[in-house]
Ligand binder design. Structure first.
Ligand SMILES: Cc1cc2nc3c(=O)[nH]c(=O)nc-3n(C[C@H](O)[C@H](O)[C@H](O)COP(=O)(O)O)c2cc1C
Length: 158
């Protein structure tokens, strides 16, 4: 098993409909490629862990890097792992309409994701920090400029 974790910045703030399109498209692709993991989006920042066989994970990452929806894609961590941490592939973001997203396969509300205190890889550890940060941003980010939010994350992760 292999994993890659990256962070990136969306080219602009995305609407809930655009996030929904990313969810639907990638849930299907990842299922076909036997890739599991978690894609988080908060306030213009993506963070994703991809897990699977090494070739599929690396090929998917190369496609992701070229995608014009985002920029500044930075790989944070990669390596071998004994087993998958996630059973399926999920995407998670704060939404004003959680009921409407509940029907979509692969959607997880940020508050429903439980990452254990002791995580197996540095990648999952980073994801946990981001998740905790994005739960907080739900309440506070509206008053903050996107640039400030991004630079806070890049300071945290570089
Ligand atoms: C933030 C973000 C996350 C993405 N995650 C995945 C993913 O997990 N799996 C995947 O196959 N494509 C993912 N993509 C999509 C790919 O970058 C790209 O759209 C797609 O793989 C291109 O394939 P195609 O040109 O063959 O349609 C992601 C794109 C973005 C912007």
């Amino acid at each position: 098993m292999y994993y890659i974790v990256y962070v990136s910045a969306s080219t602009r703030l995305l609407t809930e409909n655009e996030l929904k399109a990313i969810l639907i498209e990638n849930e299907l692709k990842n299922r076909q490629n036997d890739i599991t993991g978690l894609l988080l989006y908060s306030a213009g920042i993506f963070m994703q862990v991809l897990e699977g066989n090494r070739v599929s994970v690396e090929e998917t990452y190369q496609l992701i890097r070229k995608d014009i929806w985002h920029k500044d894609v930075i790989k944070l961590s990669e390596g071998n792992c004994w087993d998958r941490f996630f059973t399926d592939w999920y995407m998670s973001f704060n939404t004003r309409y959680p009921q409407s997203f509940a029907a979509y396969k692969g959607f997880a509300e940020p508050s429903s994701i439980l990452l254990p205190a002791k995580t197996p890889t540095p990648g999952i550890e980073l994801l946990k920090i981001f998740l905790e940060g994005s739960l907080l941003f739900n309440d506070v980010y509206k008053g903050v400029t996107v640039g400030a939010v991004r630079s806070k994350f890049y300071r945290t992760f570089q």
